[in-house]
Design a protein. Structure first.
Length: 190
């Protein structure tokens, strides 16, 4: 560095400037995914893409973690790739149709700086089989009249909007009984 006055006198000095390599925090982008309920452990969310992050420091290695609202530990994230998969086979659309998980990305620079973003994961409905109670027995007198009402068989279905239809499939070869397809009510036929 040189300084010059109005005349021809100059003075020089050497100045050393130390450039401190400042660490910039990484940032990550919110993302939305979906996955079927009842998916198995290690099943991938859809689309099959990783969380994405940027860090101005080109040499930084980024590590991913799920830090909040990963309810019951249902999901896991690869610390190196940022890909989210199922950790426990407990996904149930009827019980919890959506997760909104806070994701953290941490760099390898000074202070191990972090950025956070959200992964919204919607749990898609899958049709699940209806169930019938384990039936005991119904009693009817042998001289009961046609139309005699034995009562209803009530099934259940976990899916919100499913309509159940009843039918007798075996054990009544002489068609002695009738079941109402919508109510499940069993009556004597003949
Ligand atoms: Ca950084
Ligand atoms: Ca379910
Ligand atoms: Ca379902």
């Amino acid at each position: 560095m040189t300084v010059t006055d109005g005349g021809d006198l100059t003075s020089s000095a050497r100045i050393t400037i130390n450039v401190v390599d400042a660490n910039y925090a990484p940032t990550c982008a919110d993302a939305a995914f979906s996955i079927d309920e009842n998916s198995a452990v290690n099943a991938k969310v859809s689309p099959d893409t990783a969380m994405s992050a940027t860090d101005q420091d080109t040499g930084d290695t980024l590590r991913w973690t799920l830090v909040n609202d990963n309810i019951d530990g249902a999901f896991q994230i690869s610390s190196t790739t940022g890909k989210i998969t199922v950790a426990k086979a407990i996904l149930d659309h009827e019980a919890r149709p959506e997760f909104n998980i806070t994701v953290q990305v941490q760099d390898s620079g000074a202070g191990r700086l972090t950025g956070t973003c959200f992964a919204a994961i919607s749990i898609s409905d899958v049709n699940e089989a209806p169930t019938l109670p384990t039936l005991g027995s119904m009693e009817i007198r042998e001289d009961a009249m046609s139309g005699f009402n034995l009562g209803a068989v009530l099934g259940s279905d976990v899916d919100d909007s499913d309509v159940l239809t009843y039918s007798i499939t075996a054990g009544d070869s002489s068609s002695a009984f009738n079941i109402d397809s919508s109510s499940g009510n069993v009556t004597r036929n003949n």
